[in-house]
Design a protein around this ligand. Structure first.
Ligand code: DX5
Ligand code: ZN
Length: 225
């Protein structure tokens, strides 16, 4: 699977959001990562379906919606209608995970499950057929700009082994603290999407940062293949 960079708008300048998204799109970003936080599942509040709908009007990139919220089922319809391409819920917030993933697909979106650093990869075993994407959290969710947890590289390897036999082609996305120092190793371990907040929008030149990250990721793919 081709490797893609998903800049996280959490670190973007919200007063110039459209412009910033178009800059990284032109630089070769593969998706736009949208972090939804509810102040309950995680200790921070961010954005909702309105922002997804607004982004849909100004970019052709897939919108990769990461729900860090309790009771995600209540909002699946709204995010699908707003134009989410992938909707990812946290396994820690979804007690009926199989039903939730099935519902996301029924709504016409790709279905994702995210696992926190403290959650073992094995929790995905019984829902593998219902998955289009896994997010391996490499920080504890809630904030941009945190330090990468090194153990996540092994976690990516474990998820890669779990999903390898599947026919549907599952994206393995890594989220949190991804930068030039770890991008290659993550792709070599099996990651197909790298989320990047601080290492793209936190940089003086987000376009150049996107290009550099993509280059580092592709170098990792050469090692891994
Ligand atoms: C963390 C979010 C991430 C965050 C990543 O809770 O899910 O998507 O924006 O930001 P960086 O790349 O700065 O760690
Ligand atoms: Zn995220």
């Amino acid at each position: 699977m081709n490797v893609r960079i998903a800049p996280s708008i959490l670190s973007a300048d919200f007063a110039r959001l459209g412009e910033q998204v178009q800059i990284v799109e032109a630089a070769g970003a593969g998706l736009i990562h949208v972090d939804v936080m509810d102040g309950h599942f995680v200790p921070n509040l961010t954005m909702g379906p309105l922002v997804v709908a607004a982004l849909k009007r100004i970019t052709t990139l897939p919108l990769d919606v990461h729900l860090m919220i309790s009771e995600p089922d209540r909002y699946l319809d709204a995010f699908a209608q707003a134009g989410a391409s992938t909707i990812t819920v946290h396994v820690e917030a979804a007690p009926h995970l199989h039903r939730t993933l099935t519902r996301i697909r029924e709504l016409g979106a790709r279905a994702g499950a995210a696992i926190n650093p403290g959650t073992p990869a094995g929790v995905l075993r019984d829902v593998l057929d219902s998955l289009d994407q896994v997010i391996v959290m490499s920080v504890n969710p809630g904030f941009g700009g945190q330090s990468f947890i090194a153990r996540s590289v092994d976690k990516v390897r474990e998820v890669t082994a779990l999903t390898a036999p599947l026919l549907q082609g599952v994206d393995i996305e890594v989220d949190g603290g991804v930068d030039l120092s770890n991008a290659g190793a993550l792709v070599e371990a099996g990651a197909t999407i790298l989320v990047a907040g601080a290492s793209v929008f936190g940089q003086p030149d987000p376009a150049a940062a996107t290009v550099a990250l993509l280059r580092a990721a592709k170098a990792g793919r050469l090692l891994g293949s």
